[in-house]
Design a protein around this ligand. Structure first.
Ligand code: PLP
Length: 366
């Protein structure tokens, strides 16, 4: 294989157990976006084996892929626009999230046709101004009450906008709003079985917000929700599960002052050996990381030099390198350069780095 994503399922197991030590609540493992690039089914199965009891995804097709893979645990899909195959969702026993009366009506309509009672979670906008019911709250509540016999109210939930800033008063503001809306729901005679609010950052920093279930994504993959505010994976006792490796296609000597790659954006500062790596931005390595981060060869750092190309990139192996064509380098992993480093180098976050490793790079599991 010219490039590979190695996913360490033991790390996922460790991370779930680490999260379990922080909370008494149930754990919903977030496996959207192909489990943040780690591979949907292997991660989902490991998460359930290691102590998660629920799975969460954004899209309906992700939820149905879990069912097609034989997963019987409760699954919620929280991002279903109008026009989705809600009959298929009901037949697959997928929990759905509603954040508007119109979507609520559409799902109840599909339920009438299929004869299956929907399992619903009400999403409340407590401050993020993304998903969730906001302006039509009292009408939504009246609708929910009027149709209470037509669905099962499984959950009520919301999402933090700034959980990775534990000192922000905005978190308490959102928690307050959540409590007020929960009180409204209960006053209307509706009783959700599972109240859920916290993502990884809130699970780590704010045990008062755990409620009955926490929705954990990034921490399960062994990465920090925010290295600056919460510390690194190591600080959080998490083990990054993903390592990305690629082969060296060519090793060559080049001279001080020579320019490398498109645009000649980097000059060699000394005579050195260059390694041409068979991985580029089509594989998910951000071009904006050009000349900034690097890779590991034989436990030594080899910085990127020149622009990342579509299918390849070049690293400075150093004059004394023993690297040869066919050797693997580690682009990122638990040691040396990390997904955090690649995120920082390209002006983004670790989440974006792992989720964007292209599907043309095979995943293997250890
Ligand atoms: C992605 C997502 C999560 C998980 O967030 P992390 O920061 O990765 O833990 C939780 N809840 C919802 C609704 C999400 O979309």
């Amino acid at each position: 294989m010219r490039a590979v994503v190695e996913v360490n399922l033991k790390a996922i197991d460790h991370n779930i157990k680490q999260i379990k030590s922080l909370t008494k609540s149930e754990i919903l493992a977030v496996v959207k976006a192909d489990a943040y690039g780690h591979g949907l089914l292997p991660v989902a199965k490991q998460a359930l084996t290691s102590g998660a009891s629920w799975l969460g995804v954004a899209l309906l097709e992700e939820a149905l892929a879990l069912r097609a893979g034989g997963i019987t645990a409760p699954v919620i899909a929280w991002l279903t626009p109008p026009g989705e195959d809600f009959a298929g969702a009901l037949a697959g026993h997928i929990d759905l999230s509603v954040s508007s009366i119109s979507l609520f009506e559409e799902i109840l309509g599909a339920a009438k046709v299929s004869g299956i009672k929907p399992r619903l979670h009400f999403e409340i906008d407590t401050g993020m101004r993304r998903g969730g019911v906001l302006g039509e709250w009292s009408d939504f509540l009246a609708f929910a009450k009027e149709h209470a016999s037509e669905y099962e109210l499984v959950g009520v939930w919301s999402h933090f906008a700034r959980a990775d800033e534990p000192d922000s008063t905005f978190n308490a503001h959102q928690e307050n709003n959540f409590e007020l809306k929960l009180a409204d729901i209960r006053l209307a005679g509706l009783s959700p079985k599972i109240v859920h609010l916290s993502n990884s950052a809130a699970t780590i920093t704010n045990s008062a917000a755990h409620h009955m279930m926490v929705r954990v994504g990034i921490a399960m993959y062994g990465l920090s929700p925010d290295v600056n505010t919460l510390g690194t994976s190591k600080d959080l006792h998490l083990i990054p599960a993903m390592s990305v490796k690629a082969k060296i296609h060519l090793v060559k000597s080049a001279k001080k002052g020579e320019a490398v790659g498109y645009g000649g954006t980097a000059l060699l500062s000394a005579d050195s050996k260059l390694g041409v790596i068979v991985m580029g931005y089509a594989d998910g390595l951000p071009r904006s990381a050009s000349n900034i981060t690097g890779v590991m060869h034989d436990s030594k750092r080899a910085p990127l030099i020149g622009r990342v190309s579509m299918d390849q990139c070049v690293v400075d192996l150093g004059a004394d390198s023993t690297a040869k064509a066919g050797d693997y380098v580690t682009i990122f992993g638990p040691d040396g350069y990390s997904a955090d480093d690649w995120g920082k180098a390209s002006g983004t976050i670790n989440y974006e780095i792992t989720t964007r490793i292209a599907t043309r790079v095979p995943r293997i599991y250890t």
